[in-house]
Unconditional design. Structure first.
Ligand code: KG4
Ligand code: ZN
Length: 345
């Protein structure tokens, strides 16, 4: 039997994305229109502008995804769309478009949880005949979420812990803003940190001493702020800092975040007894995190599947891949599918 081919649509935040994937792993196309230019001058994502950009871009992105995959509507077996969590206005556009296509083309509709799609995205890279990596501990690190899951399989995902305040990506973005490095901050901090000394400053490693698998990143952001401007000071010029100082702050911040993410992931492995780790989400592109996790897992005989760089940030391939598992289980949606801002009811 031939494996189903699915169109995946993603509009939950600031990327307009569509992809065509066969069998959950064979990515025929993956088109992402970023909105960096739209939001850069505001130093963060402006929801209304994000929604408008999705409206402008989505049709073209879907057309390009289908054209570069070489498929027409008759080749598609289903339409998958992120319907939660995310910015409400943004989700609405993807969900309405997916419903329209499903209805007019007569295809099953699949509603995908964005975070679960990040959690399962490491499997997209595996060869078609490789066994599934489940059960696995999944670390999902993005701009909106930092969570640990036990993935028994892509349709049975249990939350083990999550951030009680900021997400890791949010901390990267805020530290980039404190250091006046630009937006989005994660990739820039990652780059600047390469020239810095990760031991120059001892930033806090919150929650590592606790058994609970939750995270907290707001303290480290404040610690960076006070290190840069002086205790208790929230702003001021950066003139007193050399380029090397800035690289040292970036590298020390990044090292602290990586220690926490790696440490908590190892705790999750210990607590669950599951010896496979998968990692996804925008921050999974961070080179220090990838190296830290690789070294830690190597030492302990833990199998690690890092999501390939191109599927770390928001993309349609992970949505189509998750749609594949939903379709196989006949967990299709209907035209009552609603966008939801939150991850759970
Ligand atoms: O998964 P994603 O594209 O969107 C959300 O679902 O939030 O993640 C975006 C986040 C942003 O905060 C961005 O700064 C961060 O991922 N990010 C990185 C890197 N690349 C993207 N953070 C650290 N290092 C990177 N190389
Ligand atoms: Zn995401």
């Amino acid at each position: 039997m031939t494996e189903p081919t699915i169109l995946g649509i993603e509009t939950s935040c600031d990327e307009t994305a569509a992809a065509v994937v066969t069998g959950g792993r064979q990515v025929l196309s993956n088109v992402v229109a970023t909105q960096f230019d739209v939001h850069a001058k505001y130093g963060g994502i402006v929801p209304e502008l994000a929604s408008r950009a999705h409206i402008e871009n989505l049709d073209g992105v879907i057309q390009e995804a289908m054209a570069s995959a070489g498929v027409g509507r008759n080749d598609l077996d289903a339409i998958a769309v992120t319907n939660r969590p995310g910015l409400m206005g943004c989700l609405l556009i993807g969900v309405m478009s997916a419903k329209t296509l499903a209805l007019t083309w007569g295809k099953p509709l699949l509603g995908v949880n964005h975070i679960h799609a990040h959690a399962a995205s490491a499997a997209i890279a595996l060869p078609a005949d490789a066994p599934q990596p489940w059960p696995a501990v999944a670390l999902v690190v993005s701009g909106g979420h930092t969570s640990l899951f036990l993935v028994r399989d892509p349709l049975s995902i249990e939350l083990l812990g999550r951030t009680i305040d900021d997400a890791a990506g949010e901390a990267f973005d805020k530290v980039a803003s404190i250091l006046n490095l630009g937006f989005p901050g994660g990739p820039i901090v990652d780059r600047v940190a390469r020239a810095g000394n990760p031991s120059a400053y001892d930033f806090p490693r919150s929650m590592l001493d606790r058994e609970a698998l939750d995270f907290s990143f707001s303290g480290i952001k404040t610690a960076v702020l006070y290190r840069v401007h002086g205790p208790g000071k929230k702003n001021g010029s950066l003139d007193h800092l050399s380029e090397q100082d800035i690289a040292d702050v970036a590298a020390s911040f990044q090292a602290a975040v990586v220690d926490v993410l790696v440490g908590k992931t190892l705790q999750a492995v210990e607590q669950t007894g599951v010896k496979t780790v998968v990692v996804g989400g925008g921050v999974a592109a961070n080179h220090a995190l990838r190296e830290g996790l690789s070294a830690a897992c190597n030492q302990r005989g833990i199998t690690l599947h890092l999501t390939p760089m191109k599927y770390c940030g928001d993309n349609g391939a992970m949505v189509a891949a998750m749609g594949y598992y939903l379709l196989k289980a006949v967990r299709t949606a209907d035209l009552t599918l609603e966008p939801k801002a939150t991850a759970r009811e």
